[in-house]
Design a protein around this ligand. Structure first.
Ligand code: NAD
Length: 489
């Protein structure tokens, strides 16, 4: 690894076959809270991907023949090493992504550590099936084996968190991997590579190629020796990946976007619901696939809800992400900030009203952050269900609040988008929450809470929000190939 001190730029290198290797060309990576270029990321293409796949293929026979216990011990060691450097990782993630240091310290990096520990443990507990046919004198059983080289492609919003959510199960199952993090947030993946050798991960088991989706990502998706691709990102990219991988009939896991509703019935406990819904709307600048962006409030409590919700949203402080008292950091890029702002303008042009945030309240950031990509938590009302703000994923600190009357109506409206990732339901009526949860087209439904996860259980979306699920059993099934064996005695 090199630091080009002359320009004070951080220069990343690919990690292939256990070694850091420079690349012939680089792309700039920005610090979203200042607008400055501070890092150079390899612009890898076919050649680099080819070398990484070869290293992963070469490492597969040895890694796949290790016992789950041996692999588990290595994953635990890696978790310990990341945890030891937690503060350094958190600082890097905050600087690279724009998220607050508090979020990186309490969510991103602890979860990356936990991902390795979780799969280090879960890999020890799987059993396969067996069925007997005494009349035929036969016994059948299943056996599971790692598939080979897994291609892992991850987005910029939760960089190390989501990358390790793929690397951990893939290598725990005995696969080797070639990972391609987002070109906008590559630093923590590179830092993790520096710890692999010390953790005991053999060379070639984890390879990381940095670069854009169009070059490095596609080269991985199209590589004939990569039989499975685990992708988290936008629905549009997933369509492209599906097309490009189709000639090879690759196994795909696709975790995509959302347009997540919160449904708030008139018997909801607002003292819990309001702070949680502000959090579910604006956490990580609204840049979480699970963030709430459509809030349906039953008419009887609509005005009260709105007043309290806006008051709570205004308490969220936007500013320098490295300040631990800040709640909202910078958005990922200038282009993304423009895109999010455009949604607010479109809503206003359609007659919607902005109650707080963008264009309504003054945005004050410290002098050093004037060129950063900041936006205040923004609440929009009087917006039609057909509006692009109610249909498309905005992926920023913007949420729409609308009123509804009946349970039947709100289920229909909540389901009336192309996505189906996560929903929240707020009510004290146990019968109602079960009924509504069953009828929502959503891979996850949280009742009277948000973002409470048990990694054992399936995670993933319906409709345009994805294909496949991740979790203890689900990731194990995705990252292994099953065989049914019949023995006649
Ligand atoms: P994106 O689709 O633009 O990029 C994701 C990754 O794919 C990046 O690494 C990118 O370089 C790569 N990529 C782009 N084009 C590619 C191509 N043609 N071939 C191969 N790889 C390619 O998404 P993003 O903007 O980085 O992330 C935001 C999106 O991710 C949002 O839609 C969000 O909802 C979604 N997301 C989903 C989940 C989930 O678990 N469901 C989690 C986080 C984010």
């Amino acid at each position: 690894p090199t630091m080009a001190h002359s320009k004070a730029l951080l220069v990343l290198e690919n990690f292939i076959g256990g070694k850091f290797v420079p690349c012939s060309s680089y792309i700039d990576s920005y610090n979203p809270s200042t607008g400055d270029v501070y890092c150079r990321v390899p612009d890898s293409g076919k050649e680099e991907v080819e070398a990484a796949v070869k290293a992963a293929k070469d490492a597969f026979p040895i890694w796949s023949s290790k016992s789950p216990l041996e692999r588990s011990q290595i994953l635990n060691k890696l978790a310990d090493l990341i945890e030891h450097d937690l503060e350094e990782f958190a600082q890097a993630e905050s600087k690279d992504q724009g998220k607050t240091i508090t979020f990186a310290r309490t969510v991103d990096i602890p979860r990356a550590v936990h991902n390795f520990r979780f799969f280090a443990s879960s890999i020890l507990h799987h059993v396969t099936e067996c069925s007997e046919m005494p009349a035929m004198g036969c016994v059948h059983y299943t056996s599971r084996a790692p598939v080979g080289v897994a291609g892992l492609i991850s987005p910029w919003n939760l960089p190390l968190y989501l990358l390790t959510w793929k690397i951990a199960p893939a290598i725990a199952c005995g696969n080797t991997v070639v990972a391609k993090p987002s070109e906008m947030t590559s630093v923590t993946a590179w830092m993790m590579c520096k710890l692999l050798e010390k953790a005991g991960v053999p060379p070639g088991v984890v390879n990381v190629v940095f670069g854009t989706g169009a070059r490095a990502g596609e080269a991985l998706v199209c590589h004939p020796d990569v039989p499975l691709i685990s992708f988290t990102g936008s629905t549009r990219t997933a369509q492209r990946i599906t097309e490009r991988s189709a000639p090879h009939c690759k196994r795909l896991s696709l975790e995509l976007g959302g347009k997540n509703p919160a449904i708030i019935f008139d018997d909801a406990d607002l003292s819990q619901c309001i702070p949680t819904t502000v959090r579910s709307s604006f956490a990580n600048q609204g840049e979480i696939c699970l963030c709430t962006s459509r809030i349906f409030v039953q008419r009887g409590i609509y005005s009260e809800f709105l007043k309290k919700f806006v008051a709570e949203a205004k308490k969220w402080k936007t500013g320098n992400p490295s300040d631990p008292t800040i709640d909202v950091g910078a958005l990922i890029s200038k282009e993304h900030l423009e895109k999010v702002r455009t949604y607010v303008k479109k809503a206003q042009a359609e007659g919607a009203r902005v109650l707080c945030g963008e264009g309504v309240d003054p945005l004050a950031v410290p002098p050093g952050n004037q060129k950063g990509y900041f936006m205040l938590p923004t609440v929009i009302v009087e917006v039609k269900d057909e509006s692009c703000c109610m249909q498309e994923e905005i992926f920023g600190p913007v949420t729409c609040v609308v009123a509804f009357d009946t349970e039947e109506e709100v289920i229909r409206r909540a389901n009336g988008v192309k996505y189906g990732l996560a929903a929240t339901v707020w009510s004290g009526n146990v019968g109602r929450v079960h009924r509504v949860a069953h009828r929502l087209q959503s891979g996850l439904v949280w009742t009277n809470c948000w973002l409470v996860r048990d990694l054992n259980l399936p995670f993933g979306g319906m409709k345009a929000s994805g294909i496949g699920r991740e979790g203890a059993k689900d990731s194990y099934e995705f990252f292994t190939e099953v065989k049914t064996i019949t023995i006649k005695h």
